[in-house]
Design a protein around this ligand. Structure first.
Ligand code: B12
Ligand code: SF4
Length: 507
């Protein structure tokens, strides 16, 4: 039954990229949960020149009662925070609900701001419609799972829901979404194909890396849609919108070998290219036959959290205990054999006992990255500065708190540009990292991106690539990374897109 006229819902995706954005799967999936039960509008901040005007125009009709925001750390906060504040000031009867990674991991400051009424902590698939129903009928909501709210000045957290069987979830309402924003506007030309879509086939991750935002939300649980179900969605998108490439946005697409092999069998004659994120130790258990099949089925590149070349630091990160430097080398070599590009991300600047140790680790990792490039020059390297995630109670969290690190005390403090840089892992504000260390890491990153420009930015070819490589090669070979302004200038001039910040370059 559709809701009464004045109970409509707005689902808002705040702007996350300057241009060529991904389809906003978070609000699409939340939309699926209320489709047919509530009237709702999608607003994608990425697609609107003035999204606030759009929101306020709808709210002024008096037909709306709820606004749901999906919020990741970083640029999305620039719209999520001021818009929520203005909604509360101008429309105090509207219920504001936040979901997503930032909302969940930073729920305390979010709720203490007083302009967010509820945080949905983790999946919202059954929780969101239940919450709306309870609010609509003036019924208690304290029995609904995955909710965080303030009652009597105290933060209340309801129990966590077991992860649902993803095949039981409703299909994403692509056709309904299409009425608001044409799906074709999200099909991007990337290094993989002319019509690339972002698709999310599973929730959570079975591992517990101590630095990862997924862990406090999913507590080492994972659930994925079946290969058949994913295949059907993809074929539907292919038939209706001509899609020819997919970015799998799952935290860990390759968790179930059986599912990946089944999926590859289904995909092997479809001519669709794909990319996904996985773990080195998991993929290393795949046989050569599996990898050959995946390659045949269109797998072009796999993103791996390589993190560091130190076994000691890997153990400290709690990578599940099985990833080693030797495996990182081995997988780089194996991927080359099957024509799949390994995209390795490294996390530099982890806490150490003293300054010398932190610096030594950074230098060792830089040498390790160069070694990987020698093993497989096609390896894409992504460097992050270690930014802590507040998984309260964890050993790492205790350590960084003792070392003097603290998160912003208010929600609006997150809008400070230094915290945006923190979110983007450009400047982690961690007390054990000196400016010299940050410079060292960022300079090597610039030189590396000069000598080995990412293959995902397919505009950097021909003379651009040659010029950049020439400018960077002597620095790279001599290990001389200081002040690489000439390379920075080229990156700026050619608008080099770092995939880790805004996703793959696309048109
Ligand atoms: C696609 C994506 C992006 C896209 C943009 C997405 C967009 N919204 O437009 C791009 C590439 C731009 C991007 C960038 C960044 N991202 Co990002 N991104 C993702 C990714 C891969 C998928 C998100 C997604 O679509 N999920 C699919 C939906 C269905 O899942 P979901 O969002 O979790 O939604 C469910 C629940 O959370 C909840 N829910 C979510 N929103 C809402 C809202 C309401 C109202 C309700 C009720 C419920 C609800 O219900 C949903 C259904 O169950 C995630 C990792 C992941 N696998 O989720 C990282 C992730 C969210 N990103 C992350 C980060 C850090 C960033 C960056 C800040 C930095 C970086 N380089 O990684 C940048 C900068 C952000 C920016 N520019 O705004 C982190 C967040 C970590 C943290 N500390 O909280 C994640 C978790 C990746 C990771 N493991 O580190 N990102
Ligand atoms: S394997 Fe990846 S997604 Fe899973 S906990 Fe570790 S870093 Fe997070």
């Amino acid at each position: 039954m559709l809701s009464l006229k004045n109970n409509k819902v707005i689902l808002f995706n705040p702007r996350s990229a300057k241009w060529k954005h991904r389809i906003p799967n978070s609000i699409l999936q939340v939309g699926a949960s209320i489709y047919g039960k509530y009237d709702f509008d999608f607003i994608d901040g990425n697609m609107e020149v003035d999204p606030w005007l759009k929101i306020v125009t709808l709210l002024k009709t008096g037909n709306y009662k709820y606004v749901g925001f999906t919020v990741m750390p970083g640029p999305q906060l620039k719209e999520a925070i001021p818009f929520s504040k203005k909604i509360k000031e101008q429309f105090p009867n509207i219920t504001v609900v936040w979901g997503g990674y930032f909302a969940t991991n930073q729920h305390k400051v979010v709720l203490e701001s007083k302009y967010v009424d509820f945080v949905v902590s983790g999946p919202g698939d059954t929780v969101f419609p239940e919450l709306l129903e309870a609010l609509d009928n003036n019924e208690p909501y304290n029995k609904i799972k995955n909710l965080i709210y303030i009652e009597d000045n105290k933060i209340v957290k309801t129990p966590k829901q077991k992860l649902l069987n993803q095949d039981t979830l409703p299909k994403l309402p692509y056709e309904y979404f299409h009425k608001f924003y044409p799906i074709s506007d999200y099909l991007a030309k990337t290094f993989m194909g002319n019509k690339t879509i972002g698709y999310h086939s599973s929730l959570g991750c079975p591992f517990t890396c101590s630095f990862c935002a997924v862990v406090p939300i999913y507590n080492a649980k994972w659930q994925g849609k079946s290969a058949q179900n994913i295949y059907e969605d993809i074929m539907w998108l292919k038939q209706n919108f001509g899609l020819d490439a997919i970015e799998f946005h799952d935290n860990n697409f390759f968790t179930s070998r059986k599912r990946v092999v089944e999926f590859s069998e289904l995909m092997k004659d479809e001519g669709i290219a794909w990319w996904g994120e996985g773990r080195i130790d998991t993929i290393n258990k795949y046989s050569d036959d599996d990898l050959a099949l995946m390659s045949k089925a269109g797998c072009k590149m796999i993103f791996f959290g390589a993190e560091t070349g130190s076994d000691e630091v890997l153990a400290q990160m709690d990578k599940g205990g099985t990833q080693t430097a030797a495996q990182i080398r081995e997988v780089a070599a194996r991927m080359q054999q099957f024509g799949i590009v390994p995209e390795y991300s490294f996390v530099l600047g982890m806490p150490g006992d003293n300054e010398q140790k932190v610096m030594k680790q950074i230098k060792d990792d830089i040498n390790f990255i160069k070694e990987i490039k020698t093993i497989n020059p096609n390896t894409e390297i992504i460097i992050y500065l270690y930014s802590p995630v507040p998984s309260e109670g964890s050993e790492l969290y205790e350590r960084i708190t003792k070392a003097g690190f603290a998160f912003p005390a208010t929600l609006e403090d997150w809008l400070n540009p230094t915290w945006e840089n923190f979110d983007l892992r450009r400047n982690p504000l961690t007390p054990w990292l000196t400016p010299k260390m940050i410079d060292t890491i960022q300079n090597i990153e610039t030189v590396l991106n000069g000598y080995y420009p990412t293959a995902s930015d397919y505009r950097i070819v021909g003379f651009k690539k040659v010029l950049m490589k020439t400018a960077a090669w002597w620095r790279y070979k001599m290990g001389f990374y200081i002040l690489p302004y000439e390379i920075k200038a080229m990156h700026k001039f050619w608008k080099y897109r770092q995939p880790e910040i805004e996703g793959f370059y696309s048109e």
